[in-house]
Design a protein around this ligand. Structure first.
Ligand SMILES: [Zn+2]
Length: 298
């Protein structure tokens, strides 16, 4: 894929929000090893790694699916006009995301379902837009599906487990401007593991990066794609599933889940569609003994 693909009868299009250098791999990956990095980086250069500035090259992008008579948007980026003191690179953006969305030929009013893989800053932003000083639903007729576990975790008024200190800082302001307005408008539905949206779409719990993270399995005519959000951020984590991002709330669980999803993708020859991959924006997973190899072809 670069901008479009089919999974059986399901049409999928990519709507880009942002791309750029993010962080040096040594700073981004928890568990990074320089020799291991050097061993596999060459074919990932320059689409996934910028050697001149020693930075991973990343994207923010959403996926628009036409499936079972529904128009489904999976993940909504960082959004425009939002104060983000915890991660300024994604604060007060002014991208043409909605113009790119309109170029698909589908209007915001025609989106039936918005699914957020998890409730981090860069997956919920376009849930809302600024209208006369208020945050209003960007997709006014859509049901917004949120993980019930993540809602409880990230809600400043939540009573259960609390975010890590770093997580709370990075995500500050996000719940208030990008999740709460949908709850207030009665447009949110809280879901969890095994939720079946339609004949072709099932959500599964993939905890670790956040406790309520959900992946979307799309199955049609014997083909399968798994939209995995931030279970992995970069092809390097196919080679090295024990490398976490610094934003994984439960670091040991994130490693367990990543390996499970890579096993699943390899066993079933499923296409993995992560949130932030550069290049062709998706991959297949091949086994090599105990290890996995990313197959990065469109
Ligand atoms: Zn993310």
């Amino acid at each position: 894929m670069v901008d479009a693909l089919h999974v059986g009868d399901v049409r999928v299009r990519r709507v880009e929000e942002w791309q750029g250098n993010f962080l040096p791999p040594s700073a981004f990956f928890v568990g990074f090893d320089e020799a291991d990095f050097r061993r596999v980086v060459e074919p990932l250069t320059p689409d996934y790694y910028s050697p001149d500035v020693d930075s991973i090259y990343a994207f923010l992008q959403s996926w628009l699916l036409e499936v079972d008579g529904l128009r489904v948007l999976f993940d909504t980026g960082a959004g425009n006009d939002k104060d983000r003191p915890g991660i300024p690179i994604f604060g007060n953006l002014s991208t043409p995301f909605m113009e790119r969305f309109a170029a698909t030929g589908i209007r915001a009013e025609q989106v039936d379902v918005v699914i957020c893989s998890h409730l981090h800053i860069d997956h919920v932003g376009w849930n809302t837009r600024l209208d006369a000083g208020r945050w209003v639903p960007t997709f006014p007729n859509a049901r917004y599906l949120f993980s019930a576990v993540d809602r409880e975790y990230w809600d400043p008024a939540g009573a259960g487990a609390r975010p890590t200190e770093g997580g709370a800082f990075v995500n500050s302001g996000v719940f208030e401007d990008s999740v709460q307005p949908l709850l207030d408008a009665g447009r949110a539905e809280l879901i969890g593991d095994g939720y079946r949206l339609s004949e072709s779409i099932t959500l599964q719990a993939v905890p670790g990066h956040t406790p309520g993270h959900l992946a979307m399995n799309v199955r049609s005519r014997g083909e399968e794609a798994i939209f995995v959000g931030d279970v992995l951020h970069h092809p390097l984590q196919v080679h090295y599933p024990h490398w976490n991002s610094p934003y994984c709330e439960d670091q040991p669980q994130a490693r367990v889940t990543r390996r499970r999803i890579l096993d699943e993708a390899a066993d079933r020859e499923a296409l993995l569609v992560p949130a932030h991959f550069g290049g062709v924006h998706c991959c297949r997973v091949r086994r090599d003994g105990e290890h996995f190899i990313p197959v990065l072809e469109s």
